[in-house]
Design a protein around this ligand. Structure first.
Ligand code: FES
Length: 149
């Protein structure tokens, strides 16, 4: 039997291409939905576990009255152990023009760019910084200090 071809092609060929188009549309839809789900999925919360923390070191290695700047996290920060033994972590980036703050060895962070001054609670004591520093969460587990930058 001779197959009759029309301008649109044979019915089998049309069915094949319709199926192919439906399959491609389905794959495109799955990709689109997957991309949307990944985009809308909430990012992990900072501070929800030690996996988001920076291990700074052993508490014994930071005696009262000492501090250290920690770099390598997504932003540098100061970890200071006050003379009373309290651990304080503050961003080392000024809220004015983002200069790197220096610890005065006592109870203030100083900005060398425009003389901004912060206390160890992050409050602005002087200079042009428009807002306080956000205190960072600190925890001690097994003698190790962890900061959530
Ligand atoms: S950048 Fe710190 S006071 Fe201006």
């Amino acid at each position: 039997m001779e197959e009759k071809l029309t301008r649109e092609g044979s019915p089998e060929r049309r069915r094949f291409f319709k199926g192919l188009l439906a399959g491609l549309a389905g794959l495109w839809g799955v990709g689109l939905v997957s991309s949307l789900v990944l985009y809308l999925k909430a990012p992990p919360r900072h501070g929800s576990g030690l996996d988001s923390a920076v291990a700074v070191g052993l508490l014994d290695q930071l005696p009262p009255g000492q501090g250290q700047m920690v770099t390598g996290a997504h932003r540098p920060f100061w970890l200071v152990r006050s003379k009373a033994g309290e651990l304080v972590a503050l961003p080392a980036v000024c809220t004015h023009r983002r200069c790197i703050l220096q610890w005065d060895g006592d109870n203030q962070l100083l900005c060398p760019c425009h003389q901004g001054i912060f206390d160890l609670k992050g409050n602005v004591l002087g200079g042009p910084p428009p807002r306080a520093l956000e205190k960072l969460a600190v925890t001690v587990k097994g003698g190790r200090v962890y900061v959530y930058p």
